[in-house]
Design a protein around this ligand. Structure first.
Ligand code: XMP
Length: 326
């Protein structure tokens, strides 16, 4: 489709000045498209949807309603950050949906990775649709589609992360980032004043921690994933690795091993550390980590995370291992 091709004349957005020019142009275009009508946006807190939200808040203010669905598979502190930045600092209309129980009930006993993804995607659409129906007079649906999404999947109906949005609701799409590459989205986000923690976030899959709690998700093992991930991120940030390693996270497999804590025998889960560098996620190499740091992270995880007595480091490149474990 012609209108899904990036114009050849469009300069690569690499500087604050170029970002500002893009923002000014988009604000005018968004106001022209939306007029005095209302817009809805599924705001995950990821880079793309956050930048779309910030643009729309500037363009049409309270005509925008952001819906943040907490599916229980977000990282520690993420829902709080979305509320703090968008509701408290940017004064946006933000509907926060606590759907944790709904998702975890639907996922109970589901062990197959692709079925898990489908359950999460389908439930997301259902929750979002319910929220959309509660709001009156919405005519536009904003999406954080970026250029690689279009290149990878042809004319997109669905945002890559959430696995699709309601098709039977008759919305006109608003996709202000659809010709931007990821690095350009970050420059624009920075220029819009979003916090660095949001703009320079590492990639995070739509199914979230769900694919890192290997096999059938249980609440206690999911908490072990969330807590160990928070420790890993904190230690990477403290040790200057946060902006340097492309993606890093923890996984908790669905098996236990014996251990000893304070002289008592334990039978608990291991936590796996995965940290990789890549250009395009098609292949990846393992990030070299200082051994003292690994020892320190291990000590923290085994003493602070409930139900964990062992830490493993995944030193497998892609291929043969994928970046995620399922
Ligand atoms: P793999 O595990 O396939 O991951 O080597 C490559 C990149 O894609 C991310 N990933 C996903 N992102 N939905 C997403 O939005 C998914 O279902 C999904 N699965 C993997 C992964 O985090 C890595 O950056």
């Amino acid at each position: 489709m012609a209108d899904n091709k990036r114009p050849e004349s469009m300069a690569r957005i690499t500087t604050p000045a170029l970002a500002q020019a893009f923002i000014d142009e988009q604000l005018a275009a968004l106001r022209a498209q939306i007029g005095d009508k209302k817009v809805l946006l599924a705001l995950s807190g990821g880079v793309d949807s956050s930048v779309v939200a910030a643009l729309l808040i500037k363009a049409v203010g309270k005509q925008l309603t952001c819906v943040h669905v907490n599916h229980g598979l977000l990282r520690k502190g993420e829902p709080e950050q979305v509320i703090e930045v968008f509701r408290n600092q940017m004064d946006a209309n933000l509907v926060y949906v606590d759907a944790v129980d709904r998702f975890l009930d639907k996922l109970a006993g589901v062990a197959d990775p692709e079925t898990k993804r489908k359950v999460i995607g389908a439930e997301f659409i259902r929750v979002f649709e319910e929220e959309a129906r509660k709001l009156e007079g919405i005519e536009f649906l904003a999406q954080g589609t970026i250029y690689p999404d279009i290149l990878e999947s042809g004319p997109v109906k669905a945002h890559h992360n959430v696995g699709g949005l309601p098709e039977d609701l008759q919305f006109e799409l608003v996709e202000p980032l659809k010709f931007l590459y990821k690095d350009e989205v970050r420059v624009v986000g920075k220029q819009l004043g979003l916090p660095d923690g949001m703009v320079y976030r590492q990639p995070f899959p739509g199914p979230g921690l769900g694919v890192r709690c290997v096999g059938a998700i249980t609440r206690d093992r999911l908490e072990a994933v969330r807590e160990s991930d928070a420790i890993l991120r904190e230690e990477f940030a403290k040790n200057g690795l946060a902006g340097k390693v492309w993606q890093y996270f923890t996984i908790v497999p669905d098996f236990k091993s014996t251990g000893i804590t304070e002289g008592k025998r334990t039978y608990d889960w291991p936590v796996v550390i995965r940290a990789v560098n890549t250009v395009d996620a098609v292949t990846a190499e393992v990030a070299e980590l200082p051994f003292p740091l690994l020892q320190h992270i291990t000590a923290r995880i085994t003493s602070e995370v409930k139900g964990v007595n062992r830490v493993l480091w995944d030193v497998t490149p892609k291929p043969s291992g994928t970046i995620e474990w399922e």
